[in-house]
Structures are given as C-alpha cells and as structure tokens.
Design a protein around this ligand. Structure first.
Ligand code: NAD
Length: 380
C-alpha cells in the first residue's frame, strides 16, 4: 500500500502543514496509508489526535521518512538527506529560484514534483493551484493588517455622534492576492480602487465592484498570464502617474509581482510624502528582493516623518495558518488524485500537468524550465 508522509515544516516561522486532518479520510478511501509526524499540525492548531481520529498513523520524523512513498510538504525540508532513492517529494519546492536544490534531489534519486510549476491557466489544474490558494489567504490577511494599522474606520458609520466617511483604499496589483484584498476591504465597507498593469486584471477589478484606476501608460501583459517587467521609459511614465494617484488614499495595499522575482517599486518616496498623516501602506511584496514600496522591509513596520505607516508584510500565511493549511491540503489531495493510479504514484508523460510539474526523476533534473535556470546559474 502506498504511504503518504507528512512532516513538520522546517522553515523558521512556518506554521502551515501540508495535509489537514479533514482530508485524511479522502486519502484513506483512495487506498492510501497516511503517516504523520507527531506535532506536524500543531502550528495550524491541528492536534495529533485529530489526525489519528481521521485515520492517519502518528510516528516520529525518522519513521515518516523511512516509511513513506510520497512525502508531501509546503516547502523543501532542511533534512533532504533523509530522503531515499525512489521516494517522491511533492510541494512548493521553488526550483526556479533554487535550481541547485533540484540537482540535489535528482542526485538523491528522488522524484520531485513542484506545484509552483503548475500551468495556472488550465482549468483542470485549478484544484491543485497552491500559488492561488495561498495568495488568496495572503490577500485577505493583507486587508486585515491594513485595517488593523489604520487609525480610522473602514466603513461609513452613522452614529449619534455623526457620520464617518468610508476609508479610501487603493490596491496595486490585482492578481489573486490583490483581488482578495479588494474583496475583503470592500466587505469591511471601504471605498476600494484597484490598479494593475494587465488589461485582463482591470476587468477582474471591475467585476468585484471596485473602481479601476486607469493610468495613461503602456499595457503590461506578458506570457503565461503574468505581467511583464516594464521598460525603463514605461516604468517612469507609470511612476509619475501613480505618484499623483496614490496621494488621495487612506490605505494602499501593494501585491505586484513579476515572474523574475524582483517586485517593481510602485509607491516611491515621493508618493509616501504625498500621503496624508495617518495613511497606511501595506507591502505584501516586501522580501529579500525588495518590495513594492520604497524602503519597506519584510517583517518591519515603520512610520515616516510625515506620519505614514508602512508595513512590510511578511509571514501573512503564518498569521492565518489554519486557513492556509486547509486550502493547501486540498491542493495536495487534488495533486495526489491526479498522480496516484491503482494505488501508486505514476507520471503520465502525455499529461501536460505532470509534464509541467515534474522536476526530477530517474536521477536527473528533467524539467526544461529548471534546466534552463540551472544553465543560467552555471553561466552567471
Ligand atoms: P502575481 O503574484 O505574479 O502578480 C500580482 C499582480 O501584480 C498581477 O496581477 C500583475 O499583473 C501585477 N503587476 C505586476 N507588475 C505590475 C506593475 N508594474 N503595476 C501594477 N501591477 C503589476 O500574480 P498571480 O496572482 O500569481 O497571478 C498570475 C497570473 O496567473 C494572473 O494572470 C492570474 O490571472 C493567473 N491565474 C490564472 C488562474 C486561472 O486561470 N485559473 C488561476 C490563478 C492565477
């Protein structure tokens, strides 16, 4: 019988777990055994007895490594050497940003599949789309973080002491996270405007009922449904127009990304200076490669001399681990549903999803995108 292993995540600050107890019965019905490291779900408030009651077996970490055929994870575990040849590893392995890890997995004889390589525009892939499920959780939390840092109300409130005007919220970047931030801010009663460089995203903003901010600048749709990096001249034109537009808002939430990992700066120092004291800017793109807001740092909140609060949002998923784990777990179950045939995981070479997500097999890196990333790494 094929055994699915679940281990505690090793990344600092990570609270999520790859499989929720609620999904264990589904896997059991599919003829799979589920082996969970004791304490693996604790960060998401999924206690060991919940896994046991759902039909999983609890074990220590070494036993999970030794006894599982497919290890499901959020991110790559830091004890990869414990994996053995023939074992499968499934998760968000970020092989494009860390292709050397793929080489190590190949050398260890591990079959690795990574959900961040999923072709996201295929409707059949949607149930496995972990980038979407996690971005949605992050976007929701970003709106709550902004509301928490803001010194005023978000909704219009009519009280005996008078009426408050709703907060004006601007969301920059309207992919999955941005659209969820827009929807959440609207539910909280704010007046919301959205902006994105892709034309399709502008339609998405309009469909939420929010106002679309249109700047008279170049459209920025790239390949695979993602935005492209704008040219220097386009960026300068966008920046000037944005600096002017940002000034009228109470809250700005930024979620803009481009596939090469360096987020564009959309809120400049000049734009921060143009905001009124008490305004709040939440940068969900803040990270080691910069962010969407000048000077924002991941995990840090700063107040500009003018009194604008800038939150470098980091670890949003760790602040909502139960929702994030529950959604991720469903993605993992959908993935296993696609991979497991007659009780064992198999890659179907004719399946375009399998072809896209497989990183390593039979001792080699097989994914063309990862191979290209390795090539450029060797050349750099
Ligand atoms: P992302 O996290 O890569 O980027 C977030 C948003 O930032 C994007 O909408 C992007 O256009 C925007 N952005 C980038 N540079 C910008 C700039 N200079 N100014 C303003 N906005 C900027 O995006 P994502 O949420 O991961 O989505 C990526 C793509 O995948 C999108 O096209 C999305 O619609 C698509 N997708 C499709 C499906 C589906 O069809 N089922 C599911 C999920 C995602």
């Amino acid at each position: 019988m094929t055994t699915i292993g679940v281990v505690r995540e090793t990344d600092a600050g990570e609270r999520r777990v790859a499989l929720a107890p609620d999904d264990v019965p589904k896997l059991r019905r599919a003829g799979l055994r589920v082996l969970v490291e004791a304490g693996a779900g604790a960060g998401s408030w999924f206690p060991d007895p919940a896994y046991a009651a759902a039909g999983a077996e609890l074990a220590d970490r070494a036993e999970v490594y030794a006894g599982s055929d497919v290890l499901v994870v959020i991110g790559p575990p830091d004890d990869l050497t414990a994996l053995r040849p023939g074992q499968w590893l499934a998760g968000l392995l970020a092989p494009l940003t860390d292709p050397v890890l793929a080489e190590r997995l190949a050398a260890a004889g591990v079959t690795a599949v990574s959900l961040d390589l999923l072709p996201r525009t295929l409707s059949r892939a949607q149930a496995m789309d972990a980038l979407t499920s996690q971005a949605s959780v992050a976007g929701y939390k970003a709106a709550l973080v902004a509301a928490g840092a803001y010194g005023g109300y978000l909704p219009m409130l009519m009280t005996a002491a008078g009426t408050t005007r709703p907060a004006r919220v601007l969301v920059l970047g309207a992919g999955v996270a941005g659209l969820q931030a827009i929807a959440t801010a609207r539910r909280l009663g704010a007046t919301v405007t959205g902006y994105d460089v892709r034309e399709a995203a502008q339609e998405d903003i309009a469909s939420t009922g929010a106002t679309v901010l249109r700047l008279d600048t170049a459209a920025g749709t790239g390949t695979g449904g993602y935005a492209r990096r704008l040219t220097a001249a386009e960026t300068a034109a966008q920046q000037q127009a944005l600096d002017r537009a940002v000034a009228g808002f109470d809250i700005v939430i930024t979620t803009a990304q481009v596939p090469d990992g360096r987020p564009p700066v959309l809120v400049t120092e000049a734009a921060l200076d143009g905001l009124r004291p008490g305004a709040v800017v939440v940068d969900t793109a803040a990270g080691e490669h910069g962010g969407n807001v000048a000077g924002s740092e991941p995990g840090k909140t700063m107040v500009t001399p003018r009194g604008v609060t800038v939150v470098g949002a980091a670890g949003l998923l760790a602040q909502l681990p139960q929702a994030a784990s529950t959604a991720y777990s469903r993605n993992i179950c959908a993935l296993l549903g696609s991979l497991v045939r007659d009780g064992a995981p198999v890659l179907d070479p004719d399946d375009e999803i399998h072809a896209a997500i497989v990183v390593t097999r039979d001792g080699a890196v097989v994914n063309p995108r990862v191979l290209a990333a390795l090539g450029s790494e060797v050349g750099s």
